[in-house]
Design a protein around this ligand. Structure first.
Ligand code: AHR
Length: 493
């Protein structure tokens, strides 16, 4: 057993925006079609064709926002094809994801109905790569204007009198790649033009999000911050995926060695470096931190499950995924002065999913359970921490075994989330709480015998939240013995 020490400072800092806990749903594989939006004949509770068991599961974790329609798909999506009578909607090819035919049966109205059912905020990523300024401008008018106008009339004809007042608005996606292969300098000009005509209508100001860097492309961030006036953007995005091996052979979601587990966790921790460096560039141009860093795509990306369509990005979700989610969310919490929105890719049946479905069946992944635990941090005040962690060494490389964040909610309750990445050693953690009044501690844990363990349709509850009774109050100190490969949430009241 190893030992570690932690100091939690009770002086509250900034609020951890609940929007850090956002999700992403693209027209990709079985996320929208056969995920959220199912065939009429499927024997599950539905509203229209929206699958309500999936909705209920996501409501339980207080999903704050949902990004749509992509991803790469967003930059070839033409919103007018997805409104009006479904039988009359034109079809298109989804060229990025499997070359399948998109029938446009899930469009603007269906997405906003889904968000209403989820009680979450929509985050629409609009087409810059193959769209026009006018097309984007009209979409905003259709969504957000209540006065007399052509788009208001069209929306009314399509059965929705009131505007939806969408606020999160992505101006392009990955404009350096699938969103148009632009240079940063070119994109800045495009952004300024598109954003000008994406209007703020009465009662419906947009939170415009600049399509940001690919991982460590700091030039992109610098160019956007230098070239776009601060009052023309709410946020600037960055995308980073944890790929266990290489983009050519990403590695299996379920069969991997300890070396590969270690490398994956090491790559996951790189998010801290990325966020720190992008934030430092943003600080130069925006010292008051008015612009949010929006990590609007993140998560583990492995090879697809054998036998599934390579263009559909269907992967299983193991205990390793739970630890990636928990570590990343801790990183976001600790950087929440700047990181104020994030979206895990992708909610159902794609990449690091929360929910997997197979016909009528549905299961909650280990990642889902982390989001369930971590909802305690939504809109709570960040507490600063100092951690002294033992190392976890493999093959001459090391990472800290522990990863932590802490917050205090509006009732005064403190939550400390701790990941022990070491797969075989417990860690005894001694915590000093400065200026925190508390009487007792309770806890919950996510763990399993192997880091490759998964939930399956045959055994959907193998990995779930369990009671943790390894924490004690000893005088003013908090002690906890953290099981190997575990995510623990402590609650101090
Ligand atoms: O999430 C899958 C894809 O990854 C998205 O479509 C794209 O934005 C990113 O490259």
């Amino acid at each position: 057993q190893q030992t570690a020490s932690l100091v939690v400072d009770g002086a509250p800092r900034n609020v951890i925006s609940r929007h850090i806990y956002g999700h992403f749903s693209e027209h990709l594989g079985r996320c929208i079609y056969d995920g959220f939006w199912v065939d009429e004949s499927l024997n599950v509770p539905k509203k229209d064709r929206i699958r309500l068991d999936v909705v209920e599961a996501l409501k339980k974790i207080n999903i704050p926002n949902l990004r749509w329609p992509g991803g790469c798909f967003a930059d070839e999506y033409h919103w007018r094809d997805g409104i009006g009578p479904r039988t009359e909607r034109p079809k298109m090819i989804n060229t990025h994801w499997g070359g399948v035919t998109e029938d446009n049966s899930f469009g603007t109205h269906e997405f906003l109905e889904l968000c209403e059912l989820l009680q979450c905020e929509p985050y629409i990523s609009a087409n810059v790569g193959s769209g026009t300024v006018d097309e984007m401008s009209k979409w905003v008018e259709y969504l957000n204007f209540s006065g007399l106008s052509p788009m208001t009339e069209l929306r009314k004809q399509n059965g929705h009198a009131a505007p939806w007042k969408v606020s999160f608005w992505g101006v392009g996606n990955e404009s350096w790649g699938c969103g148009g292969n632009m240079t940063a300098e070119y994109y800045v000009g495009e952004y300024r033009r598109y954003a000008t005509y994406a209007r703020n209508y009465p009662g419906a100001p947009l939170k415009k999000i600049v399509s940001g860097a690919n991982s460590g492309d700091y030039h992109w961030t610098e160019t956007c911050m230098k070239g776009i006036p601060l009052n023309q953007m709410w946020g600037l995005s960055v995308h980073y995926y944890t790929v266990p091996k290489t983009w050519g052979d990403k590695g299996s979601a379920t069969a991997f060695s300890e070396q590969e587990y270690f490398t994956t966790m090491q790559k996951c921790l790189f998010m801290d470096t990325l966020v720190t460096k992008h934030s430092a560039i943003m600080d130069k141009y925006d010292p008051k931190k008015r612009v949010a860093l929006a990590v609007d795509e993140w998560g583990i990306w492995t090879n697809v499950e054998p036998g599934t369509n390579p263009g559909f990005l269907y992967q299983q979700n193991s205990l390793r995924d739970a630890m990636i989610a928990a570590v990343t969310l801790n990183i976001f919490n600790n950087h929440s002065e700047r990181v104020r929105l994030a979206n895990l890719a992708q909610t159902v049946n794609v990449l690091q999913a929360l929910v997997l479905t197979e016909k009528e069946k549905m299961l909650l992944t280990p990642t889902y359970h982390v989001f369930d635990l971590y909802k305690a941090h939504h809109d709570a005040k960040r507490l600063s921490i100092q951690l002294n962690s033992p190392d976890y060494n493999v093959g001459g490389e090391k990472i800290p075994a522990l990863n932590v964040s802490a917050s205090q909610d509006s009732t005064g309750t403190v939550h400390i989330s701790i990941v022990n990445m070491h797969p075989s050693q417990k860690v005894s953690l001694q915590t000093t709480l400065k200026d925190v009044k508390w009487k007792n501690v309770t806890g919950q844990v996510i763990t399993s015998a192997k880091f490759t363990d998964v939930n399956t349709f045959a055994a959907p509850d193998k990995i779930r939240i369990q009671k943790f009774d390894g924490a004690r109050k000893q005088g003013d100190q908090l002690t906890a013995v953290l099981p190997p490969q575990s995510v623990v949430m402590l609650e101090l009241k």
